[in-house]
Design a protein around this ligand. Sequence first.
Ligand code: NDP
Ligand code: PYC
Length: 338
Amino acid sequence: MSERTVLSVAELSARVKEIFVSAGCSERQAGAVARVIVAGERDGCKSHGIYRIEGCLRTIGAGKVVPDAVPAVISDESAIVRVHANGGFANAAFELGLPVLAERTRALGMAAMVVNNCTHFSALWPEVEAVAELGLAALAMCPSYATVAPTGGRKPLLGTNPMAFGWPRENDHPYVFDFATSMVARGEIELHRRAGKALPEGWALDQNGEPTTDPEAALAGAMLPFGGHKGSAISTMIELLAGAMIGDLMSPEALAFLGTTTLSPHHGELIIAFDPVRFSGQRRGNPFIQAESFFEAIAGQGARLPSQRRFRARSQSLAQGIALSAAEMAQLQRLLQV
Ligand code: NDP
Ligand code: PYC
């Protein structure tokens, strides 16, 4: 096995933040971006870990994200909490809006955070997890840029459009799932390309609309939605709710804005939060107790809950540090000097 260097979560966080500060980001933007990237690396989610740094820096260099943007919250006491990211990263905008979203959700039973005008490159689980840690359920979604063909089509139109859900649990990590509505995240295809590995069949089409297992051809062609027509429809719903409905870009417009898929996409995001106790009206007792019985039934069949792998990886990283390859260490060093 090749040589590996172990960094603590704090050490890696400091290095990643320094890279973004030296690239011109404000403390707020650099901190928020570093937190989500290091969380990905810590939790064994390589497709949204440190591999994403280069793309973010390219996006800053291309002038497509405002590295010192100051997000602003507009809350009019309704259920809609709008956060203007003002051209910055979505992560800083989310962090600013979270306490307001929680307050509105507790007051009204449900509320939604709309993030507008942001660069969004990250996984969604840190966000639904943060809402769930406040005792609320959450559903988050966003478009991406046009890289996925609708089922029955052959050309990119949809984004990889992720959707995540979080449910709070009193004595355990929250129940969280988070996935792209394409067969896999685009980052996964890129990681296959870098490793020189063929893709499994059914993930992508080449530029002629023919099935391919070549990552290079897939990146130039179109990815495919998960679950055939069902994933295609869910992905379309995300374009509608987290694109058109929130007054922001849909995936084809996001691609036109950048003109390339080598930069991080620019669009908006929708995060809906629910207060389960208020919704239940306590008609059948405490909804969290009902939920626990259901989770037990899942585990009782030998199935695992989504995020269990991730939480195990997190425990290991917190206890033993994060092991990075020599190439990854060299990359961190190089990016600090860019
Ligand atoms: P995966 O297919 O790797 O995982 C999807 C989810 O399924 C995870 O919650 C995972 O939990 C769970 N899971 C996997 N295997 C099982 C199993 N056997 N039993 C139960 N649960 C399981 O994710 P994707 O490749 O689709 O997406 C990866 C990331 O990419 C996501 O975090 C997403 O937000 C991000 N993304 C971001 C985009 C953006 O525009 N910002 C666009 C597209 C994707 P576990 O982690 O524990 O394995
Ligand atoms: O991995 O599909 C992806 C992705 C797109 C934007 C951010 N991540």
